[in-house]
Write a protein that binds this ligand. Structure first.
Ligand SMILES: Cc1cc2nc3c(=O)[nH]c(=O)nc-3n(C[C@H](O)[C@H](O)[C@H](O)COP(=O)(O)OP(=O)(O)OC[C@H]3O[C@@H](n4cnc5c(N)ncnc54)[C@H](O)[C@@H]3O)c2cc1C
Length: 393
């Protein structure tokens, strides 16, 4: 690769924005294209906040990715003088089986993440706003926190543009593939872009863009997020007092105390029905609100009967096994794809961006975990079946 190499990145969500920014830092000429803008409300990276946590059950490769990402989030937010990561810890409440977390503990320690194991008595004293009835195992992931989602994408793209990157708002589709290479991009304004390499980071749209290749491997599903209003003057459900929390049982719920006083966020982490990210309406359902409210009443009775302040409908872009997908097009040696964040990818934007820079520029990757193999499409052999549970916990 030379300084005159031109790389086009399509999609300015968590993965595309970071990759474009980090490629530019390597002196590469980069064009970044997005249909509706970074962190737009249709994208999977839209909305307010995302959890950054390192506990990843038996999927130990993510611990290293999160460790590297956390370093990059912290370094870059310092560089840019803006706060994107809000550390506050994650309270994990297991209704039954905590073996995934136990399996992860040695690796978490290896990467310097601190996890406290709490008895129900200890947790009840520390977190008086939580009802621990029915909870068997409790862990507190001290280094976890939340990231600003939409805002981060906007900041990364602004820094990309300020650094000399070329950003375009347009719809891009791959042009003809001939002689083993993609010959260019066709844009919705009728123009073409010719680059040396192309990275499609189009989240839930990847299946539509590559119907023969990815349609059976990326399934966008409808997800609801609810924000409830705590009692006036009550600080116990706010950032600084209440950490991020998750209840892991037959169903997994999680929540984040109110960023910018928006309310107490509650969401169910389980892939919902299929969803069209371009055309479907995003209207929260009565059933979804009732389900979130029943979790609140059971787990946080001191919040009373709070009003729903806001809700939003987003989509996961699931891969069959909830692992990311990073690969080269089978017929074009200059066309890469990244996606399949499956409800847990956001936090890894910087480390995945850095990994993609290494792959695109044919440099050795910084990550030791064999993610090239783990995230390759070759892993799907035989009939494709999607997990019905939520993000890898
Ligand atoms: C409700 C919800 C909760 C989540 N919680 C967490 C969490 O707590 N922690 C976590 O780490 N992750 C979480 N995730 C997952 C995470 O947000 C996603 O994995 C991640 O944001 C996906 O980013 P992406 O860049 O792949 O896709 P997107 O953000 O969807 O970006 C793709 C971009 O491509 C653009 N695009 C598409 N097609 C084209 C085209 N043809 N031409 C030009 N542009 C195009 C779109 O406009 C879009 O901006 C959650 C996701 C959801 C929906």
């Amino acid at each position: 690769m030379t300084k005159s190499t031109h790389i086009a990145v399509i999609g300015a969500g968590a993965f595309g924005s970071w990759t474009a920014f980090l490629l530019l830092r390597q002196g590469i000429r980069v064009t970044l294209i997005d249909s509706w803008g970074p962190g737009n409300s249709r994208s999977s990276s839209g909305g307010d906040t995302r959890v950054l946590r390192a506990g990843y059950g038996e999927q130990l490769h993510y611990v290293e990715l999160v460790a590297r990402s956390m370093r990059l989030w912290l370094d870059w937010e310092k560089n840019w003088n803006c706060k994107l990561f809000h550390p506050m810890g994650l309270l994990r409440m297991y209704v039954e089986d905590d073996s995934p977390m136990r399996a992860c503990l040695p690796t978490l320690k290896k990467f310097n993440f601190t996890v406290d194991t709490l008895s129900v008595g200890e947790a009840s004293k520390k977190f008086k706003q939580v009802n621990f009835d029915g909870i068997k195992h409790i862990y507190f992931e001290k280094d976890a926190g939340y990231l600003l989602a939409r805002r981060s994408c906007q900041v990364v793209v602004k820094e990309f543009i300020d650094g000399g990157g070329h950003y375009l708002q347009s719809v891009a589709k791959p042009g003809i593939i001939s002689n083993g290479e993609c010959e260019g991009l066709e844009l919705s304004n009728g123009s073409r872009i010719i680059a040396d390499k192309y990275l499609f980071a189009c989240g839930p749209w990847l299946g539509q863009i590559f119907p023969d290749w990815l349609d059976s491997l990326i399934r966008p599903t409808r997800q609801e997020v609810h924000y409830f209003g705590p009692p006036a003057g009550d600080l116990s459900f706010q950032e600084g007092v209440m950490p991020i929390w998750s209840e892991l049982g037959e169903k997994t719920y999680y929540g984040i105390p109110g960023n910018e006083n928006r309310g107490f966020k509650v969401a169910l982490d389980k892939p919902g029905p299929n969803f069209d990210p371009t055309n479907d309406d995003r209207i929260p359902s009565t059933e979804g609100i009732a389900d979130a409210r029943s979790l609140l009443t059971r787990r946080f009775p001191k919040i009373g009967n709070p009003p729903l302040l806001e809700a939003r409908v987003c989509q996961y872009e699931n891969s069959p096994d909830a692992n990311l997908i990073i690969d080269l097009h089978p017929e074009a040696s200059n066309l890469w794809v990244v996606g399949g964040g499956s409800g847990h990818g956001f936090k890894m934007g910087p480390a995945i961006g850095e990994y993609l820079v290494a792959r695109l520029l044919e440099q050795p990757p910084i990550i030791n975990a064999p993610i090239g193999k783990i995230f390759s499409i070759d892993r799907f052999q035989g009939p494709i079946d999607f997990l019905s549970t939520g993000a890898i916990t």
